[in-house]
Design a binder for this molecule. Structure first.
Ligand code: FAD
Length: 861
């Protein structure tokens, strides 16, 4: 074993071997993989080997499609077969709601390059005759599904990596990880110590233990999982003989079941409700190639549904039940990327579908390590997406919830209950007493809307407008016409201080930093000129002679942004960044009476001239020390007031008392989001994400190319010079009783004209590889879109996608935001656009000026 390596990958399951292969392919050959036992000694050896592309996050879905396409390549390089069976598969809907869910998934596929098709239950039965099709109302066909040999596939990655120069060391456990002052890792193993620049945690079932070696508790938990194999079935053999084809894979939402042909019989697996974590606190190091005791009682309810839906299977004898553990993060997607707070410690773990996702995970992580950027929008699997609140017990509750609802529908207005409440503000009980319906905002309980007195504060989950529609409308109207108050503790808040802070922020941000007492809005870009942040920044008065700035951003991106800030901080420690998290909470008051209300609570003049739009001031509010921003996301006259949690009840009480004479109402997050829609304001993670450039995102006025040399400036200048390919636009939609949810396709009547890409950009910047292993550079290249069914319909063509939307209650319009080719973005003409909502194409019109207060006069008053 060598004693130095550029990177050490810990773990020889399918994920570790994929990471090793992709690193070697990207040109790092001084790398090694260290495996405790033999390859596939964790979950990988007993997997059912199924693969598919569907994922709730379209970006993860694309990486799954890459994984499937990769198998031919590794077979060729390694000479090792993966025993690939590309059978295709169907997802069966048993209710109209599940059919709506499939329609949504199918619609997304239109611009993602996925060739799915909605079919009838009888058509599905023709491909899987063991089903009783009368149990279903419809189905979706996906040709990119199948199964493979898990062990062969893992070895194919490993052999391909070896051929490219990587080293694999077996039967050698990593027992300790320490780091030198210069950042070098000491990877202490049973066979000696390896010095490495980078360490990758691909520990699978032991990923948590490897995290603990560096002081990190990763939110990952193993669950027991069972599938059964039947004896050979004559019906299967008969089908194969008569059609010359294998039976397809079937996913049955109702039973949380997947099933497919395995040799001459059937394999059937379940995600049972009565699920069971495995080794919830510590994973034993001596666990290896053994299986767990099957527990048929646990899966009996799922099997009952399964046998009703697939009566052909009930008749067959059960040959074997496999029960093995594999790992999940809270939302079922992997944990990938550099761990915030550590240097060169990387994760590729919690990969619950290693044979659907392993290739994409390996590609994204290797890009990140070699080129400094994943090259794709990997937020859906970024290890930074969970906060400190994701403790061992929180993870346990959430993973069990996720497992038991693996194939359940998540409605757009559905909040999941497990592990809640976790974090609460001092106003939590008050909000409950006010009949608030609470939601989970990055682990924090946040009021979403207020149910009428006497009614149960609960969402009726639906794809359509629901029981919150009326009350939200009232919150919005009262705020727009008088004044409203809402909690805003769920924003990210940071203080940056120290000599040189202004220069530091000017280098990170695209806008010029404000003068003392003023606020700016500013995007942040990566080196490739892609949007990686969107902030509100205020310059506070110096403290102890030191420059001081306050930053507000997206709550969910706190670790993601801290990782970026820390990467760029001067190494001498002269600049400090403090992340407040819930040690700073807030309230926002908005509406035409908000100034009169606030004036009653402060001892300074806050008239229009004395406290202008975009001013920042530290002042006492209701007797509590606060910071106040004269800005609000409602786009009205309004204020954001920030205070230590100990003062929040005092300030809220003062606002409520002072507000009585003005008709003050409480409003929740949903009313806030409704109001931002009628102002055409974007949101981070929906409209603004790292797949878009700043001009594509229509953030033009915040991009000061003429100022200093900020990160991403060159690429942004190029984007402007060449003209953005896409533009973010706002639509008014002629919706019926359902508004957009996000990810719907946008159709345009373009005749024969080609307006450029119709496929959602997925990769960007850093080099990446196409399905054939060829390096691809660039940004918005359409990837195989022409192969997709259903993007052209006569003169109509899918030209873009919706990012978010809903009902804008004050202007009484259904609104949406999304991306279209730039050449179409200025075109307001009616009859040109349609947006596909739940399978119905609804007329839509681009709305260049916001329908509420287009001149911005109200917010500047
Ligand atoms: C019953 C069952 C059915 C499944 N069916 C499917 C399916 O149909 N499709 C699908 O895609 N997925 C399926 N899976 C999930 C799949 O098995 C996992 O997604 C995949 O195996 C994860 O691979 P991994 O490399 O992350 O982890 P693992 O396979 O657990 O590999 C981790 C490796 O790291 C090694 N290691 C850990 N700690 C150390 C250390 N300190 N030093 C050295 N080495 C170490 C371990 O020995 C192990 O070999 C199934 C799983 C089960 C249990």
């Amino acid at each position: 074993m060598k004693s130095h390596a550029k990177a050490v990958v810990i773990g020889g399951g399918v994920v570790g071997c994929s990471v090793l292969y992709h690193l070697a392919k990207a040109g790092w050959t001084d790398i090694m993989l260290i495996e405790r036992s033999e390859l596939t000694s964790g979950s990988s050896w007993h997997a059912a080997g199924g693969f598919h592309t569907l994922n709730g996050d379209p970006n993860v879905a694309k990486l799954q499609a890459y994984t499937v396409q990769l198998y031919k390549e590794i077979e060729e390089i390694s000479g090792q077969s993966c025993s690939l069976h590309l059978t295709g598969g169907v997802m069966m809907a048993d209710t109209p709601e599940r059919m709506d869910f499939l329609r949504l998934a199918h619609a997304k596929g239109r611009y993602l390059g996925m060739d799915t098709e909605l079919i009838t239950p009888s058509e599905a039965k023709a491909m899987f005759p063991l089903m009783d099709e009368t149990n279903f109302v419809g189905a979706m066909w996906d040709p990119v599904e199948g199964h493979l040999d898990p062990s062969g596939t893992t070895h194919a990655y490993a052999k391909a990596a070896r051929k490219l120069g990587a080293e694999i060391v077996l039967r050698n456990r990593v027992v300790e990880l320490t780091q030198e002052v210069d950042g070098t890792w000491n990877v202490v193993t049973e066979q000696g110590t390896v010095k490495a620049e980078h360490v990758v945690n691909c520990g699978g079932l032991w990923a948590r233990e490897i995290g603990r070696m560096v002081g990190v508790e990763l939110p990952v938990l193993a669950m027991e999982h069972m599938y059964l194999l039947t004896e050979p079935m004559p019906e299967v053999e008969e089908f194969n003989k008569s059609t010359g084809r294998e039976m397809i894979g079937v996913l049955d939402f109702k039973g949380e079941i997947y099933t497919r042909q395995e040799r001459n019989g059937i394999l059937l697996g379940t995600y049972e409700k009565a699920c069971k974590p495995w080794s919830p606190v510590n994973t034993p190091w001596d666990f290896g190639h053994e299986l767990l005791q099957p527990d048929i009682d646990r899966i009996a309810p799922s099997l009952e549904i399964g046998f009703k839906h697939f009566p052909g299977i009930e008749k067959a004898g059960i040959k074997q039940i496999i029960n093995g553990p594999f790992t999940f993060a809270l939302d079922g997607n992997p944990l990938v990327g550099p761990v915030q707070g550590l240097t060169n410690f990387w994760c590729a773990c919690a990969v619950m579908a290693g044979f659907s996702q392993g290739g994409g995970v390996g590609l994204a992580l290797s890009n990140w390590m070699v080129h400094g950027d994943p090259g794709f929008d990997v937020w859906g699997m970024d290890v930074a997406r969970f906060g400190e609140w994701a403790t061992l017990r929180y993870t346990n509750a959430k993973v069990r919830e996720n497992y038991s609802r693996r194939f359940s529908i998540r409605f757009p207005n559905e909040e999941l209950p497990a592990a809640r409440p976790a974090q609460t503000t001092p106003l939590y009980d008050t909000m409950l007493a006010n009949n608030a319906v609470m939601g989970d905002s990055w682990g924090l309980e946040t009021p979403l809307w207020f149910a009428p007195r006497g009614s149960e504060p609960k969402d009726v989950v639906s794809f359509h407008r629901s029981n919150d529609f009326g009350p939200i409308g009232e919150e919005v109207r009262a705020t727009r016409e008088k004044v409203g108050v809402t909690e805003i503790a769920n924003f990210a808040k940071y203080e940056v201080s120290g000599p040189g802070t202004e220069d530091f922020l000017n280098r990170l941000m695209t806008n010029r930093m404000p003068k003392t007492g003023r606020i700016v809005l500013t995007p942040m870009l990566n080196e490739f000129g892609r949007l990686i942040g969107d902030f509100t920044i205020a310059k506070a008065s110096p403290r102890g002679g030191e420059e001081r700035f306050m930053i507000w951003g997206s709550s969910a991106a706190q670790k993601y942004h801290m990782r970026w800030f820390e990467k760029h901080l001067p190494k001498d420690g002269s600049i400090r960044i403090h992340r407040f998290d819930q040690t700073l909470v807030g309230l926002s008051i908005a509406g035409p009476k908000s100034r009169d209300l606030l004036q009653k609570l402060v001892d300074v003049d806050i008239s229009t001239k004395a406290f202008r739009f975009m001013d920042f001031r530290e002042m006492a509010v209701g007797g509590a020390p606060c910071m106040v921003n004269r800005i609000t996301y409602t786009g009205d006259l309004g204020y954001e007031i920030w205070m230590a949690p100990a003062y929040q009840r005092l300030v809220y009480k003062a606002i409520k008392e002072a507000g009585e004479e003005f008709g003050l109402v409480d409003f929740g997050m949903r009313a806030l989001l409704s109001m931002r829609l009628e102002k055409n304001f974007p949101t981070w993670f929906r409209e603004l994400r790292p797949i878009y450039g700043p001009f594509e995102g229509s953030m033009d006025r915040f991009i000061k190319l003429e100022k200093n040399d900020f990160i991403g400036r060159e690429a942004a200048a190029k984007e402007r010079a060449e003209g953005p390919k896409l533009r973010r636009v706002s639509f008014i939609v002629d919706a019926a009783d359902a508004d957009v949810m996000g990810d719907e396709p946008i159709w345009a009547k373009v005749g024969g004209k080609d307006y450029g890409t119709v496929e959602k950009p997925h990769g960007y910047g850093a080099p990446r590889f196409d399905a054939g292993g060829k390096e691809v550079r660039g940004s918005n290249a359409a990837e195989g879109a022409s192969a997709v069914r259903g993007i052209v319909d006569g003169d109509w063509r899918v030209v873009g996608w919706i990012t978010s939307g809903g009902y804008a209650h004050y202007v009484e319009k259904s609104m949406a935001q999304g991306y279209v080719p730039a050449a179409l973005a200025e075109n307001e003409s009616a009859g040109l656009f349609e947006i596909e909502i739940l399978g119905h194409r609804r007329p839509a019109r681009i709305n260049v000026e916001p329908p509420f207060d287009p001149s911005g006069e109200k917010m500047r008053t």
